[in-house]
Design a protein around this ligand. Structure first.
Ligand code: S6P
Ligand code: ZN
Length: 186
């Protein structure tokens, strides 16, 4: 019987193979995400904020499959707010996900449907279970690249709209050189 090598390699903060799909977001793609929109506008619109490499072994929306992703989030700040991913609920809200830290340091910001927001520290080896019905985004609080892995059900989908319009109820800000979660209404 045959033993094959699919050359699908996940190692040292990179995901490689011919089936890997890459995407990225630059600062202009993150319009309206940060509190200080003026500060974001004053920055280079093409500056890379993060890259995502994914393995989609089945079609999006398939029940019973899993997707795998590696996100590389660059360090930086817009005003006093750390660079972060857009953040989303899953479109199929009753779908959970795992994240885990690989390189760098940051905070996983989570918000439930009641609008309660909390954070979990991310660092190499940290493992994070994101329950269903919980929105998730990651902020890079360090000076170097933050890489993290993700694994989620192939029928989860993404609801970016709710976060784009309502945001998270708290933001991760640099307060005197330390990351702090502050209410978005302040
Ligand atoms: C997908 C998973 C990650 C994110 C990635 C970018 O469910 O949570 O692969 O897509 O970290 O974040 P976002 O919020 O821009 O999709
Ligand atoms: Zn997700």
């Amino acid at each position: 019987m045959e033993i094959i090598d699919k050359r699908l390699i996940f190692e040292g903060g990179s995901l490689e193979g011919k089936e890997i799909v890459s995407s990225h977001r630059v600062l202009k793609d993150l319009k309206g995400i940060f509190a200080d929109e003026e500060a974001r506008e004053a920055m280079d619109a093409e500056q890379l904020a993060y890259e995502v490499e994914c393995h989609f072994p089945v079609e999006e929306g398939t029940l019973g499959g899993l997707f795998f992703g590696l996100t590389k989030l660059y360090p930086g700040k817009v005003g006093n707010e750390y660079f972060m991913t857009k953040g989303h609920f899953h479109a199929e809200s009753e779908r959970a996900e795992y994240y885990w830290g690989i390189k760098g340091e940051g905070v996983l910001i989570l918000m439930d449907r009641e609008g309660k927001t909390w954070g979990e520290k991310m660092y190499p080896g940290s493992l994070h279970y994101i329950p269903s019905h919980v929105a998730h985004r990651v902020a890079n609080t360090g000076e170097e690249l933050l890489s993290f892995g993700a694994c989620w059900p192939s029928d989860a989908g993404h609801d970016y709209e709710t976060i784009a319009t309502e945001g998270f109820s708290a933001r991760l800000l640099d307060v005197d050189g330390k990351p702090q979660l502050k209410s978005s209404n302040q």
